[in-house]
Design a binder for this molecule. Structure first.
Ligand SMILES: NC(=O)c1ccc[n+]([C@@H]2O[C@H](COP(=O)([O-])OP(=O)(O)OC[C@H]3O[C@@H](n4cnc5c(N)ncnc54)[C@H](OP(=O)(O)O)[C@@H]3O)[C@@H](O)[C@H]2O)c1
Length: 271
């Protein structure tokens, strides 16, 4: 996909050890774009760096393990990134907020700890890194939201609310940054076959799953192209765009009943 050439700089990728984050990493590595990776596991990050350096010996790769729900850890991440900028004389170019948790269950089954975890990783960390990245001169911000944030989703309520908030925040920030040389894009993918449980869920959706799900690499490439064009928000894939448009015509109470019926039987957890 064609993209205007832009100054070389670090790509801070959160969720780099996950399915979609990994796809961003691969695409950017092929473009020889410097990578600053983060995830919670030091071991996974070290392995990822080793694999990348074996395949792309010229590629600049650094990482810092960070629990994004912890503000002190985030401060350490930002400071490690600043050090890398100074050490290599390479500035921060792009922030890609991918990390997220798609816990799915009724609110009554949440512990307080899990509730805070999901809110923080899906929303607070993205907002916090956007602020510190702007302070460090970032040029592009990609926020990975979801089509699940377009409408309220009973039994997937926290996920839906945090992704809805992330899209809203992105659009506001894009306006605030207009004229300041910072592009901000919210990406709203439908299903992406990343983890095994997500792949199973897509299979269970039959024909719709086949049509609407998009591979991680496709989502990553679309996202990079979209932010280069400073798009506000992008629903990924024709089927998802069509569904988004079509469901606008259905009254909200009917949508909520339908969604509740569909999601009430599903339980998904993560930490
Ligand atoms: N897959 C889909 O169908 C789909 C659809 C729409 C939107 N999305 C969004 O796309 C993003 C990536 O999804 P995915 O399917 O690639 O998920 P994934 O494979 O489960 O990856 C999640 C990533 O987030 C990181 N993470 C989780 N909690 C963290 C924390 N507290 N601190 C730091 N990092 C943390 C994980 O790092 P660790 O290595 O530390 O676990 C991992 O790298 C998410 O925001 C998700 O909501 C996914």
């Amino acid at each position: 996909m064609k993209e205007k050439r832009m100054e070389r700089g670090w790509n801070l990728v959160t969720g780099a050890t996950g399915g979609l984050g990994g796809a961003f990493v691969q695409v950017l590595a092929e473009r020889n774009e410097p990578l600053f990776l983060t995830g919670r596991s030091e071991e996974k990050l070290a392995n990822l760096k080793a694999q990348l350096q074996e395949k792309y010996p010229e590629l600049l790769v650094e990482y810092t393990a960070c629990d994004l729900t912890d503000s002190e850890d985030r401060t350490r991440l930002v400071s490690a990134l600043r050090t890398a900028c100074e050490r290599y004389g390479v500035s921060l170019k792009r922030l890609i907020n991918v990390a997220g948790a798609d816990i799915q269950k009724p609110l009554t089954e949440y512990t307080e700890q899990k509730l805070l975890f999901q809110c923080r990783v899906n929303f607070e960390s993205a907002v916090s890194l956007a602020r510190s990245s702007i302070e460090q001169g970032v040029k592009e911000i990609i926020n990975i939201s979801s089509v699940s944030g377009i409408y309220p989703m009973p039994y997937f309520a926290i996920y839906s609310a945090t992704k809805g908030a992330l899209t809203s925040f992105s659009l506001s920030l894009r306006e605030e940054m207009r004229g300041a040389g910072v592009k901000v894009t919210a990406i709203l993918p439908g299903a992406i076959p990343t983890r095994d449980d997500v792949k199973e869920q897509i299979k269970g959706q039959g024909l719709w799953g086949k049509i609407a799900a998009k591979p991680p690499r496709f989502v990553a490439e679309k996202s990079l192209l979209a932010v280069s064009k400073n798009k506000g928000k992008v629903v990924v894939g024709f089927a998802n765009k069509l569904m988004n448009f079509g469901t606008k015509l259905i009254p909200l109470p009917i949508k909520l009943k339908f969604i509740a019926g569909r999601w009430s039987k599903i339980r998904k957890d993560s930490f």
